[in-house]
Design a protein around this ligand. Structure first.
Ligand SMILES: [Zn+2]
Ligand SMILES: [Zn+2]
Length: 124
């Protein structure tokens, strides 16, 4: 599978997580982007406090500086989405296979969203 951003760079398998939560993701050695299939996102839950699948995503406003990507699995245009209430964290999601493309640093931002959702749930 080729990188969605660099197009001529092949993605490489990289091990993420710890212990029982170890899983492999496809990472671009050039730009640091990560492709996550829908089930890989679910497995990432083991490393997060909040189930990332239960995060509600909303369509992000169009950004001229961030071109729409094409899903490497379905060849359809991916949607720009952000977790509800976290408009600054925009990620690419395939409307068909539900796979995610995370640019370098966006996995950390999703982790941060997860942490903040946990804190909020404890305060409620
Ligand atoms: Zn790349
Ligand atoms: Zn897809």
């Amino acid at each position: 599978m080729k990188c969605l951003r660099c197009t001529d760079v092949e993605l490489a398998a990289e091990v993420k997580g710890e212990g029982a939560g170890v899983f492999e993701v496809d990472t671009c050695p050039s730009c640091g982007g990560i492709w996550l299939d829908a089930e890989e996102l679910a497995r990432m839950d083991d490393n997060l406090f909040v189930d990332v699948e239960t995060i509600e995503y909303r369509a992000a406003k169009d950004s001229a500086s961030d071109a729409a990507l094409t899903c490497p699995r379905c060849s359809v245009r991916m949607d720009k989405v952000h977790p509800a209430e976290f408009e600054a964290v925009v990620v690419d999601n395939c409307p068909t296979c539900k796979g995610f493309w995370l640019d370098a640093g966006e996995l950390d931002k999703l982790r941060d969203v997860s942490d903040r959702m946990l804190i909020r749930s404890l305060l409620d």
